[in-house]
Ligand binder design. Structure first.
Ligand SMILES: [Zn+2]
Length: 241
């Protein structure tokens, strides 16, 4: 299978489905990690251009750990609010380029507008992938990818339908997240009043993974909600192992 994980910001995908992607990559599936934005507000110390460059390099390093390809659509961080013909075709082109059978993306109900729009566009365009009249650089292919939503950070308000046991890939997930060096400083600069620092970042991952693991009957798990689309479910019966 070709698997595409799309987050709004560099680190979203690693945080919420890094273990699952590491597991699938180890099973021989082809994995792509994409972000809608380049994370260019993620520093109080660098210029927007500098931090975008740094965060894209961090995301590419993280993807390389599992042999995945990283793709950035380069929208501005926290300013990704415009759904247009251009955005829709760019996302269709992304999915076609990856020839994705399965897509992981944010929940449609999340605290961050960039996350929600990313999830909405992916949900909207999945059925358009095979349509020849929708012209993009990458050609159409005859699959409607199935979509699984990953949980918002720390799982607020999220009801999973599926779990993936990531016990054997938990350390890989941590290594992927450790590539996001710039974001420890970002947490300390902006969220110190909430106790935000690198330790909080990794505590969040451990607690969420253990909590989902407890529900799934293993040590560490990641949780997903399958997009409830009857058409898509009939078209592609691809399930999480
Ligand atoms: Zn994010």
């Amino acid at each position: 299978m070709n698997i595409l994980a799309v987050g709004a910001h560099p680190d979203d995908v690693e945080f919420n489905c890094g273990g699952t992607l590491a597991k699938y990559a180890a099973q021989g599936h082809k994995v792509f990690i994409a972000t809608s934005t380049n994370g260019n507000i993620g520093s109080a110390h660098h210029t927007m251009e500098e931090i975008a460059r740094i965060r894209k390099a961090e995301a590419a390093r993280s993807a390389a750990i599992i042999g995945a390809e990283y793709i950035c659509l380069d929208y501005d961080d926290e300013m990704f609010f415009e759904e247009s013909r251009k955005t829709r075709l760019e996302f269709i082109n992304l999915v076609r380029y990856c020839k994705a059978d399965v897509i992981f993306t944010h929940s449609l109900h999340d605290y961050n507008p960039d996350h929600m729009l990313t999830a909405k566009i992916i949900s909207d365009i999945a059925v358009m992938i095979p349509i020849a009249h929708l012209k993009t650089e990458a050609p159409p292919y005859d699959v409607v990818p199935s979509i699984w939503h990953f949980e918002p950070v720390h799982g607020m308000g999220f009801v999973p339908t599926d779990y993936v046991d990531i016990t054997d890939f938990y350390e890989t997930k941590k290594k992927m997240l450790a590539c996001m060096e710039s974001q420890g400083q970002w947490m300390a600069d902006n969220y110190a009043q909430m106790g935000g620092d690198t330790e909080m970042f990794f505590d969040g991952i451990r607690i969420t993974s253990e909590y989902r693991g407890m529900q799934a009957g293993c040590k560490y798990a990641e949780a997903f909600a399958r997009a409830m689309d009857g058409y898509r479910t009939r078209m592609t019966e691809r399930v999480l192992p």
